[in-house]
Design a binder for this molecule. Sequence first.
Ligand SMILES: [Zn+2]
Ligand SMILES: [Zn+2]
Length: 381
Amino acid sequence: MAEKNLYEILGVPKTATDAEIKSAYRKSALKYHPDKHKGDKDSEQKFKEINVAYEVLSDKQKRQQYDTFGSTTGRGGYSGGAGQAGGFDFNGMNFDFGGGGGFADIFESFFGGAGGGGGRSRRSKKAGPMRGNDIEANIRISFEDAVFGSEKELEITKSDICKHCDGRGAEPGSVIGTCKTCGGTGEIRTIRNTILGQMATSNICDDCNGEGKRPDKLCSVCHGTTRVRVKERVKVKIPAGVDNGSTLKLAGKGEGGIKNGPSGDLYILLVVEQSKKFIRDGLDIHGETEIHLLQAVLGDEISVATIHGEKTIKIPAGTNDSKVFKISGEGVKKASGQAGDHYVKIKIKIPDKLSKKERELYVALAGEAGLDTKKSGGLFW
Ligand SMILES: [Zn+2]
Ligand SMILES: [Zn+2]
């Protein structure tokens, strides 16, 4: 094909706007449409040229390339016509532009989608193996289970490969033959009438899912869909040291893959219940313990509850209320060896009932401390 100036083909100046190019294309395309000139090779050729010109000039990048190099291929000249890879089948004629889909896009922008109405997505290729979907699930565990780890069981519902037919969609023992709907091509061709004439589109065959083959008897369990919804009990090993909001990943425990694709993964979000005794902060544990007023004053060795049992610590004489002591390494311990600390806050308990003897001693103590307890009204008898 002789090389022609693409602007001349559409009859627009080099400075034409996108709208002018589009308008010129519509006029020319209608004028030279093959349906109006049946059997006229010149019109057919002209129609092809118009579409090639529009395909280049309507694309900002291609147009710029063409303006700079006089070509979009780098070989000089833009040669349209049959025989290149990719393209579009139009009313029995092949328009191949190498760009793959460019021409179809033109029609879509004019007619609002080549796939036709109905809200179903346009599919033109049969799908290959696909990874199954990931699944997310929650599991509630106790404070202790999060600290020390445990094993739980969880029931999940998921879409999986049909075991009855092994994902083939055919009832065991039945023969898989050519799909009668599409004749084995896996595609259904539809001819639509548009203002530019008839247009052929291919869609994947729904009856065989583009396989071209179909069993003579569909699987009685999945009805040929190859998939079923199943309930599965999954054992979950909870490692020591997990926290509220931790996520565990169980690789391959998600939904089954399609056409031998790998399974998805199962993600488990841990919801950890609170403890009545302790507050957790990462790997550290915070607690409180009560001591007698005299232990605070005189000092003592006391027993403190930690998540690892009772631990003994020394309270120095003159310990104030709310003082916090740290017990190193007695917090949450991870398998990695990482460990937090235990923090204990001292609450001083003031005795509210005194024996006669105790009362006398406290009064004596008060006198020793120079306190006039009768005046202050702190003590009464
Ligand atoms: Zn079919
Ligand atoms: Zn089945």
